[in-house]
Design a protein around this ligand. Structure first.
Ligand code: PSU
Ligand code: MN
Length: 306
């Protein structure tokens, strides 16, 4: 029985009923991750890419207190235009937003929760949250990591930005038993760049191998998800020195201005975009499209074989 707070769009409901592949997409990237109107254009383009690769897109958000899997273009436009006026909703935010009939842009954590409620196994995004630099004193660790530890969804991302402490993020995921897969790489990609200097747990090279590993995890009843890190295509990757200088500057500004809590990640993302004169936005869009393609193909294998 469907959760009483959840609404599936007619297209998503029909696809799930028929056992067709569905790919979940998040909405914090729309409201908080990119400026308007590129955020709306990108969200619609990502949905198109999922369709072209044989799956049905389910963009996820909280609207008027309803958990939504599958949005209309009008709902995507609404979330994109309202931007940071929409609450960024992680796991701890859901109870009050739902009880009060409010809107929420879902993070990786919340998108996983709602995807799992709906029965969606694969989710494509840009970057995941992780252990922030300086977490040994701030304790700023994204709820995304705890969600990966407990909710059965495969998250396909482009690695993690070095606004995070990548080494500590990998240690945390190891402790929590979350497999970190490099797609076609042994190295953890760093979002804007293909390399980070940190090793992933396993390199897998095909959607078939991703689907098989996820299926094995499910069959063993091991709880939690899987993190697939898919490097940005070479032609869109950024110069590491330039992007790392912008990230260091943004982190220093956040510290100087006393930015804290859920504001930290959106602040850093917006500053990096400004400091790179908008170039990082073009890369960001391309890597999300690249992840959507891989997610759709993997979802199709999980739906149709085995
Ligand atoms: N990192 C990115 N891009 C993003 C996010 C993180 O490179 O858009 C968003 C995602 O929605 C992620 C959330 O789930 O920020 C993590 O926020 P926090 O660090 O506050 O948990
Ligand atoms: Mn945080």
């Amino acid at each position: 029985m469907m959760n009483r707070h959840l609404d599936l769009s007619p297209e998503v409901a029909e696809a799930l009923r028929a056992g067709k592949p569905v790919v979940a997409l998040e909405s914090t990237i729309i409201s908080h991750g990119m400026p308007y109107p590129q955020n709306v254009e990108t969200a619609l383009k990502v949905e198109g890419t999922v369709r072209e690769n044989g799956a049905v897109p389910a963009t996820i958000a909280v609207i008027g207190g309803r958990l939504k899997a599958g949005l209309t273009p009008e709902e995507i436009e609404y979330l994109g235009k309202k931007g940071r006026g929409v609450a960024k909703a992680s796991r701890r935010d859901l109870p009050v937003l739902v009880a009060q009939g409010r809107d929420g842009a879902t993070t990786v954590a919340t998108t996983m929760i709602i995807a799992a409620m709906a029965g969606i196994k694969v989710f494509a995004t840009g970057g995941v949250g992780g252990v922030h630099r300086g977490a040994e004193t701030t304790m700023d660790i994204s709820a995304d990591l705890e969600e990966l530890a407990q909710t059965p969804v495969m998250v396909i991302c482009a690695g993690a930005k070095s606004i995070l402490d990548l080494g500590l993020t990998l240690e945390y995921l190891e402790t929590k038993g979350v497999p970190v897969i490099g797609y076609g790489t042994e190295e953890l990609p760093a979002f804007y760049t293909r390399r980070s200097g940190f090793k992933v747990d396993y390199r897998l090279d095909t959607p078939e191998e991703l689907a098989a590993a996820f299926r094995a995890k499910m069959e063993m009843g091991l709880k939690g998800g899987m993190l697939v890190t898919n490097p940005i295509p070479e032609e869109y990757s950024m110069d590491p020195d330039r992007i790392n200088a912008a990230i260091d500057e943004a982190v220093a500004e956040a510290k100087a201005q006393g930015i804290q809590g859920k504001e930290t990640t959106p602040f850093l993302l917006a500053r990096i975009k400004d400091l790179t004169g908008g170039d990082s936005l073009a890369s960001n869009i391309q890597l999300v499209l690249n992840n959507a393609r891989l997610a759709a193909r993997t979802a199709a294998l999980l739906a149709y074989s085995g």
